[in-house]
Design a protein around this ligand. Structure first.
Ligand code: ISE
Length: 343
């Protein structure tokens, strides 16, 4: 039988997930949607035959005709909602952040571990969709193959044309840089030990009081370093580039997407590529694969993607990042050891 999914929160990302599950993913159907804005929930449900609106998110999670949950609600509700899914023993794909603080994310790791100890099943996946992007997957395989030697340094650029009002400098770390935190852990297979955040001169396009761009330096436990330029009001397009520099070579992704064009320019011929306007376009395929693998795994009672521990580790790094931002100092990451949490 199809996996009956409840999508909680149908803003931009949640509505995208509903459309994807409905049109592109087999083996699942959107049975329930829930949103604080009743009109929005109604509009989204109307697009999917048989889909009901259940206004109370906890009632949606408890609904006997719901087998699994996609959480795209605001981050401050995640803790309670993910815990409710674990309590009921149903799979949940939670958009980042897993929760708002490292402590509560660790609570989720522990709650899921206790469930796994009883049942052998895993329930929690975090929406780090870049892991499903074919370019990132290839880059990871390339590193693992040894073709560029030991990775030493990673350079990242993460640029958004604009961000919604309400974005703060801290939320740039928590909501945007968090993706590079996960990418660094994914590519290098190490935890992040320390974070430093520098604030270059801000663009005149930055919102009131916003430091934009930021330069973030992540140091891994193995002494590798990752620099991230995160610039969320470029006014231009959506650009995500990652270059890994190894002992025997380097590799870069994020330039090859889209159509490469050649045309006459004022100073001779130019070669140009179309840049995606936003993350929903740039990572469309990654979101497809993320949901497809999540649905397949959920039907088997398992998780085939970044789990609660990945959500916790990213949260712990971002918490150090926010502290580094406040103090201007290099800040060590406080991360429990995985073994200690399991014993
Ligand atoms: C947004 O929340 C995302 O998750 C996007 O992937 C990221 O590029 C953007 O900066 C965030 O605001």
């Amino acid at each position: 039988a199809d996996l009956r999914v409840a999508v909680l929160g149908v803003g931009l990302m949640g509505a995208d997930h509903v459309a994807r599950l409905h049109r592109r993913i087999s083996g699942a159907r959107v049975a329930v949607v829930s949103d604080a804005a009743a009109d929005r929930a109604g509009q989204v449900a109307a697009e999917v035959p048989g889909c009901r609106v259940v206004p109370d998110p906890l009632a949606a999670i408890a609904d006997p005709e719901v087998d699994a949950v996609v959480l795209a609600s605001p981050g401050r509700f995640h803790e309670e909602q993910v815990l409710a899914c674990i309590e009921r023993g149903i799979p949940v794909l939670c958009e980042k952040p897993l929760t708002m603080e490292a402590g509560s994310s660790l609570g989720i790791v522990r709650a899921e571990d206790a469930y796994t100890a009883r049942t052998g099943r895993r329930l929690v996946q975090v929406g780090f969709m870049r892991r499903f992007d074919p370019e990132y997957a290839q880059l990871r395989e390339l590193i693992a193959s040894g073709a560029i030697g030991e990775p030493l340094v990673v350079h990242c650029a993460h640029r958004n044309p604009a961000v919604p009002p309400g974005v703060t400098t801290e939320s740039i770390v928590q909501d945007s840089v968090v993706h590079e935190v996960d990418v660094a852990r994914f590519l290098l297979g190490e935890e992040i030990a320390a974070v430093t955040v520098l604030r270059p001169r801000s663009t005149r396009h930055a919102g009131e009081g916003l430091s934009d761009p930021l330069l973030v330096l992540l140091e891994t436990t193995g002494g590798r370093m990752v620099d991230v330029e995160c610039f969320v009001s470029t006014g231009l397009a959506y650009e995500v580039r990652t270059e890994v520099v190894g002992e025997d070579g380097s590799a870069m992704i994020g330039l090859g997407q889209g159509v490469v064009r050649q045309s006459a320019g004022p100073a001779g011929a130019v070669r140009s590529t179309v840049i995606a306007p936003g993350f929903r376009e740039r990572f469309a395929l990654a979101y497809d694969l993320e949901l497809r693998r999540w649905v397949d795994a959920a039907r088997r009672g398992t998780v085939d993607g970044p789990g609660a521990w990945d959500g916790y580790a990213a949260q712990a790094v971002c918490a150090a990042g926010v502290e580094a931002l406040r103090t201007g100092r290099r800040t060590e990451v406080r991360l429990e050891s995985r073994e200690a949490t399991q014993s």
